[in-house]
Design a protein around this ligand. Structure first.
Ligand SMILES: *Cc1c(COP(=O)(O)O)cnc(C)c1O
Ligand SMILES: [Zn+2]
Length: 392
């Protein structure tokens, strides 16, 4: 397999230690589809079932992938459309980032790297820390100081990563990481690393494997814009290999306070980063998505769209998923449902089509968001009479 620039088409060896083209363009792995096997029988779904589609030979694994795909029957009744959720919170560290890291850290070892680094809003650092621990290599994670969800921080610390808080936001931290990877011999595992997206494209392979068909629409939160690009790549490869005959529309949802792609999409103006991104959904609090050109292509080619949702809409969707479907996801993940609800309200979607929401991370990552919104009642006396009052 080779690396290819998405801007100028220049090719590089897959073992070249580089993250961008000479021209500055993003790189992608060109999959050898002759090697890719048709294994789509709906059985024993795990990420490494698709190893013939992946660009690594070795394997640093915690048994990622194989996440549940639920039909959201209760929400379907309410909204009158076919809705599924691919629950990525069920991965080993509680987010889809594990898919990228099992492949990315395996690649790091193949390249002989013994130090890995990332900037992170939280889940990337938790995941990198876990896979580096598994591989026995050193992980450095740079996080925006004070802006990372409790659960994610705890994970990165206990997995033994060197956690470095940075005065600034995610975009600031990423700038430092990019320079460090160029100058200090540490392997960068942010999502501009194309090997990570290879792992993440298995979300598409699994959806097809589990459903037995390609859904009409994929709805997911967009932060640094790697995942939407990766999932689109997965569906395209299935199509190019001749296994499927259809492609889904990609619908990227951003939080209003961090929605540079939505702005460009709706105004038709050139993409411009947002200076001070703000949203309760910390995983998508990103003003300058590094993968935006890939994401733009995914949405354009697929006939999809970008839409934004408010924090209030995100939190209401989070509560709906939990209270109607038993699915507790972190706020960023709930942006997918919030986006679908908004699109239904403004009549931007076809009610006869199917929608797969990617719920990207586990709700326990960020318990404070819930606890800040709800308070418990006063304690009761420890008697049956007191409890009778409660259930009366
Ligand atoms: C990383 C992440 C996102 C955003 O994904 P991108 O690839 O950066 O667009 C969304 N939700 C959760 C829970 C995440 O961890
Ligand atoms: Zn180039």
């Amino acid at each position: 397999m080779v690396l290819k620039c998405i801007e100028c088409g220049r090719k590089y060896d897959e073992n070249d230690l580089r993250y961008r083209c000479e021209c500055g363009g993003l790189l992608e792995v060109v999959t050898d589809l002759d090697r890719a096997e048709d294994v789509f029988d709906g059985k024993n779904v795990t990420l490494w079932k698709y190893k013939s589609w992946l660009p690594v030979k070795s394997r640093v694994s915690l048994n990622e992938g194989g996440t549940p795909l639920y039909k959201l029957k209760n929400l379907e009744k309410g909204f009158g459309v076919e809705i599924y959720a691919k629950n990525e919170g069920a991965n080993p560290t509680g987010s889809f980032k594990d898919r990228g890291m099992t492949v990315g850290v395996s690649k790091a070892l193949e390249l002989g790297m013994d130090k890995v680094i990332c900037a992170s809003t939280g889940n990337t650092s938790a995941s990198l820390a876990a896979y580096a621990a598994r591989a026995g290599i050193k992980a450095y994670v740079l996080v925006p100081s004070g802006k990372i969800a409790l659960g994610k921080l705890a994970q990165a610390i206990i997995y033994g990563a060197r956690v470095v808080p940075v005065r600034g936001n995610f975009d600031d931290a990423l700038r430092v990481v990019v320079e460090a990877s160029a100058k200090l011999g540490v392997y960068m595992l942010n999502s501009i690393n194309p090997f990570r997206l290879e792992g993440q494209k298995t979300i598409a392979l699994e959806i097809y494997d589990q459903l037995g068909f390609v859904p009409d629409n994929i709805v997911l939160p967009v932060g640094n814009a790697g995942n939407i690009s990766a999932i689109w790549k997965g569906f395209k490869e299935l199509y190019e290999k001749g296994i499927t005959e259809k492609l889904p529309r990609m619908m990227g949802i951003q939080a209003e306070g961090a929605s540079p792609l939505v702005r460009a999409w709706k105004t038709g103006e050139k993409f411009k980063p947002i200076e001070k991104p703000e949203t309760v959904a910390t995983a998508i609090r990103i003003g300058n998505p590094a993968n935006w050109p890939k994401a733009w292509r995914a949405v354009k080619e697929s006939g999809g769209l970008f839409e934004s949702v408010s924090d209030e809409e995100i939190l209401q969707a989070q509560q709906l998923l939990a209270s109607k479907e038993g699915l507790f996801v972190e706020p960023a993940s709930a942006a997918s449902l919030a986006g679908l609800i908004k699109l239904l309200e403004i009549g931007e979607v076809d009610r006869s089509e199917s929608y797969v929401l990617i719920t990207t991370g586990h709700g326990l990552k960020d318990p404070n968001v819930v606890l800040n919104r709800f308070t418990l009642p006063e304690p009761i006396e420890p008697t049956l009479d007191a409890f009778k009052e409660v259930i009366r």
